[in-house]
Write a protein that binds this ligand. Structure first.
Ligand SMILES: [Zn+2]
Length: 444
């Protein structure tokens, strides 16, 4: 069975055909490390992790790249505001980002290239684009001439004909076309100590060229899957295609995967609306980052998701219940369920269906507890929810007695007494969960 993914470039679901047989090479646009990343960014990172885990589950070897943008307008501005060197500012936020990846149980990609370590490769690409007539020098930088690019805008569904009519002479940027984009920005005083020497003049790279250079340096000229948020389709990914294909003459990416927006209370997240939420905020409110991961899996990556604190609370409760369904012994996985699971995940990473299937397993009384536990553990290789077999613990007689009294109270529909006994059990450090097969006692 092969993985089928929706390809933004063609607008269709397509079967994955890796360039290098059983090895899949993927690139994901990573963070610009000038501040904390927000939960919307991490929705993308979680889906990228799901892609990786799905490929591994299906038997592929994966080479994953997530870049770190450690030089651009925002990073330079922030470092100047704080009066710290650019590299110490970016290292600080990179470390926060990597810690959040771990908290979310995201496997760290093989390659985390930094833009500032790949300047040489960017300069070589720009030199070739200048030589071949795809780029030109303006007063403030080197620009890519989009009229020279075959099929510019296909990914975003933009037709260039209508754009060329709107050509204007832009005094500020001295560009030939408003949509021509900067490959290199010449150094100005506001850049301070941040600049690199190049044959075409001292300066720093534009954001788009950073990704093309890092992607091709780590993965080759044609990549199997390139992903990112839908907000990157235009101009970022559109421009990555134009410059990469101009320099190699080859197709840059076979499959483009885009993750939809995360809304917060039905609105777009932004600092100005005050609804900018980070993983730290989630932890401060007493939630586990894995509850956020569970929440993300509940919506397909191609649909908008709406974050609310109530929804996160629901996810946390559901996650705990799923964990409570794990038994102490691990038996054989159920082959039928495993097959169904594979079908879900290989169908465009259908996580809502995969999660629903996990619940079906958890509740299937036709399977032994050991089989259910083994099957859920197997699913968790992809879901990444940190499911574990329950440790066997000796329940003290006192607790057993209280649980038995509570069961009696419930049978007599004496809810007040039942609640009172539950509180007493909790106070003694134990939790009782009512399952189809009777009460289950665990450590708090
Ligand atoms: Zn990028």
């Amino acid at each position: 069975m092969a993985l089928v993914l929706f390809n933004t470039l063609t607008g269709e679901k397509e079967q994955l055909r890796p360039v290098h047989d059983r090895e899949v090479r993927t690139y994901h646009c990573g963070p610009t490390v000038h501040d904390f990343a927000h939960v919307g960014n991490f929705r993308s990172s979680i889906i990228y992790d799901i892609l990786r885990r799905t490929l591994e589950y299906a038997g592929y070897h994966v080479e994953q790249v997530m870049n770190i943008t450690d030089i651009d307008d925002k990073t330079i501005k922030r470092s100047q505001e704080e009066g710290v060197p650019l590299s110490s500012l970016t290292l600080r936020y990179e470390n926060y980002f990597l810690a959040d990846l771990r908290h979310l149980n995201i496997k760290v990609p093989e390659h985390l290239p930094h833009a500032t370590h790949h300047i040489g490769g960017m300069v070589v690409i720009i030199e070739k684009l200048l030589r071949d007539g795809f780029a030109y020098k303006a007063d403030d930088g080197i620009y890519f001439d989009i009229t020279k690019s075959k099929g510019y805008g296909t990914l975003a569904g933009i037709k260039l004909e209508s754009e060329t009519q709107s050509r204007i002479s832009n005094d500020e940027y001295d560009k030939k076309n408003v949509r021509d984009f900067a490959l290199w920005k010449f150094w100005t005083e506001t850049d301070g100590e941040n600049g690199f020497d190049a044959s075409f003049g001292r300066g720093r790279p534009g954001w788009h060229i950073e990704c093309s250079a890092m992607a091709m340096s780590k993965l080759g000229e044609t990549i199997d899957i390139h992903s990112g948020g839908v907000d990157l389709i235009f101009p970022h990914h559109t421009n990555e295609i134009a410059q990469s294909e101009a320099v190699t003459g080859k197709k840059f990416v076979n499959n483009w995967l885009h993750i939809e927006f995360l809304m917060v209370d039905g609105q777009k997240m932004s600092k100005s609306l005050g609804n900018f939420i980070t993983i730290r905020n989630i932890v401060e409110r007493g939630f586990s980052p894995i509850a956020y991961r569970y929440f993300v899996l509940g919506a397909h990556y191609r649909t908008k998701a709406n974050f609310t604190w109530e929804a996160l609370a629901g996810a946390q409760t559901a996650l705990q219940r799923l964990k409570d369904h794990m038994g102490p012994e691990v038996g054989e996985e159920d082959a039928d369920y495993r097959q169904q699971f594979l079908e879900c995940i290989l169908d465009d990473l259908d996580m809502p269906r995969a999660l629903a299937l996990a619940w079906e397993v958890a509740k299937d009384q036709n399977l032994s507890l050991a089989t259910r536990t083994a099957t859920l553990l197997d699913f968790d290789r992809v879901l990444g929810l940190g499911l574990k077999p329950q440790k066997i613990v000796e329940v003290p007689d006192e607790i057993k007695q209280l649980v038995a009294e509570r069961t009696e109270a419930r049978q007599a529909k004496n809810w007040a007494k039942s609640d009172e006994l539950r509180d007493k059990i909790n106070d003694l450090g134990w939790v009782v969960l009512d399952t189809e097969s009777g009460p289950r006692i665990s450590r708090k």
